[in-house]
Structures are given as C-alpha cells and as structure tokens.
Design a protein around this ligand. Structure first.
Ligand code: FAD
Length: 282
C-alpha cells in the first residue's frame, strides 16, 4: 500500500486534476470489485463474454480475504433448509424478508459445492475415528465430506470452513481460476470513480465507468454492455473496524450519483472484532 493515496478518501476526476482525455477500453462486462462477489460473478458468467474485474488496491485487500470463520449452509444430513430458514428468521428478529431468506438459503448447498469445484480446500471430516479434521486440496470434494462448526444463532453444526482462514483459501482458489480464464482480466489498483450513463436514454442506461489506474497514474474510460457493482461494504464508517480500508461505500455512492434508488442503508455489516490498541483501527 505504500506510495498509494489514502484509500479511505473518495477520489474524483476533479480532485486528481485530470483534464486530459482518458484512454478508452472496451469490455463486455465490467465488474467493480474483486472480492468473493466480484470473482464468483466473473467465473459464473459465460466464457464467451470478455470480462474485466477491477480492484481498488491489491487483490488480497478485501473483506472476503479477511473472513475467517466460514460459510453457513444446511449441509449436515441431520440438518434441513427449513431448519436453517427458521433459525435465520429468529436471529433476524423480524427484519429478514422471508421469501429472500428462503431463496438464498435454499441455494446454500449448491453454492458451497460450486466453491468445492473451484478448488477451495475446505476442512474435511477425518476418515478415521479420533483423527483430527484435515484441510488439503482435494479434487472432487463433496459437501458431504466437509467438517462443520457451530456458530451463534444456528441450532446445529452448519459452518463449512477452511482451517481458520476460510476467506483466504476461497480467494486464493478463485483468483487462480480467474487468472487462468482466457476471458477474464483482473486489474488491481484500478479504482472506479463514477458510472457512465447514457443521458439520451430515459432509463439512463449504464454504459461503463471512469476509472483511475493507480499503477500508471492515468484515467481510463471503460465502455461495457453491463456493469456489476461488487465493491463491498462500508466498514470504515466506524473508528475501529477489522474491515479493509478499501470498503468505504464507493459502489453505493456511484449508484446514487448514477440515479439508482438505495435501500436498507441501515444494514451495514462491519467487523469490530479485535483488540483496540492505541490508534490502530483494530
Ligand atoms: C475480519 C472479517 C471476518 C469476516 N468473517 C466472515 C465469516 O466468517 N463468514 C462470513 O460469511 N462473512 C464474514 N465476513 C464478512 C464477509 O467477508 C463479507 O461479507 C464478504 O467478503 C463481502 O464480499 P464482497 O465481495 O461483497 O466485498 P469485498 O470482499 O470487501 O470486496 C470488495 C472489492 O471491491 C473493491 N472496490 C471497492 N471500491 C472500489 C472502487 N471504487 N473501484 C474498484 N474496486 C473497488 C475492493 O478493492 C475489493 O476488491 C468477515 C468480514 C471481515 C472483515
């Protein structure tokens, strides 16, 4: 991160003093954000599409990489999606939308299986009695093989994990897959500044984004058929948070400026877990 501007501060073309015409880049799909949301979208889209994924800083600076505990899904043979939904609605204290809760949790097993197929080395149930759970890369890993932990709010063991560094293992596997995909280009240190909209179209259709390339200190204009906002949360709203400093709500700001409606802004996930030492953020 040395030598880079403060990622917590919003950049604009004006604040950077950029008045020269920006170089133009064409791509089918522009994904803003290279965390789990961005990379899984890139890998799930048809291989016929030319996809560009932007990351504001180094690839490992994202919440997805920092996540430790694991992913909750109904995977145990004693468990059921109905039980997972019931536990979630209780934990949500009336704030969860029931249809969306059901739709998301019903896809949980399939989503974890997809991660297995991308090469994520989830910790597995030991094959022999009294042996420790094992974490190793194994092709054709099935969700039934996975060691599960139990976390608050869950009535049974439901959390698939890769040691205590689940996010790092997931992101390493997906990054390798994406870097090896001929149709995907990942650009670290490329910061989206604003979305381009077609003002002649009454729907203000999004056509791409203005981007600042920190590597070469230049502005780029990306034109694309579709733009995916996957730029993470707003952890830095809080003085002490263990979320990375790139997550400052850029996607929310760009969407608002482009004319999108915003909803549920009171739901800000942030991670305060850690030791508060002197002036460190966590
Ligand atoms: C310490 C910690 C532990 C966690 N543990 C768990 C856990 O155990 N289980 C769980 O389910 N969840 C956990 N979470 C939450 C989980 O990690 C996040 O909800 C999830 O990773 C968010 O993924 P994402 O892809 O939306 O965002 P991120 O992974 O944060 O990715 C955001 C991406 O957007 C990019 N970006 C941002 N702004 C711009 C811009 N202007 N231009 C270009 N790129 C931009 C960033 O560079 C980054 O690549 C944890 C979070 C933290 C911080």
């Amino acid at each position: 991160m040395s030598g880079l501007p403060n990622m917590s501060a919003a950049l604009t073309a004006e604040s950077l003093g950029l008045d020269s015409p920006a170089a133009i880049v064409q791509t089918d799909v522009l994904i803003i954000g290279a965390g789990l949301a961005g990379l899984s979208t890139a890998l799930a889209l048809p291989k016929s599409l030319n996809i560009t994924v932007l990351s504001k800083a180094a690839l490992e600076i994202c919440s997805s990489h920092y996540a430790q505990g694991g992913i909750a899904a109904s995977l145990d043979k004693e468990d059921s999606v109905a039980d997972h939904i019931a536990d979630t609605l209780i934990a949500g204290a009336g704030l969860c939308e029931a249809n969306n809760t059901s739709r998301i949790l019903s896809a949980g097993q399939q989503a974890v299986q997809w991660l297995c197929e991308q090469g994520v080395p989830f910790t597995q149930i030991p094959q022999e009695d009294n042996a420790e759970p094992v974490t190793k890369l194994q092709t054709e890993l099935q969700t039934a093989d996975l060691h599960l932990t139990k976390e608050g709010g869950h009535g049974c063991r439901r959390v698939a994990h890769a040691d205590d560094a689940t996010g790092r293992h997931i992101m390493e596997a997906l990054t390798i897959k994406a870097q090896n995909a001929a149709n995907i280009t990942i650009l670290p240190y490329h910061e989206a500044l604003s979305l381009l909209t077609n003002s002649a179209n009454p729907n203000k259709q999004c056509q791409g984004a203005q981007v600042f390339d920190h590597n070469n200190q230049r502005q780029l204009t990306f034109y694309s058929h579709a733009v995916v906002l996957a730029s993470g949360g707003l952890g830095q709203l809080f003085k002490r948070a263990s979320a990375p400093n790139v997550c400052v709500g850029d996607g929310v700001m760009m969407a608002w400026q482009a004319g999108c409606r915003l909803a549920n802004l009171e739901f800000i996930q942030f991670h305060p877990t850690g030791l508060a030492l002197d002036d460190s953020s966590f």
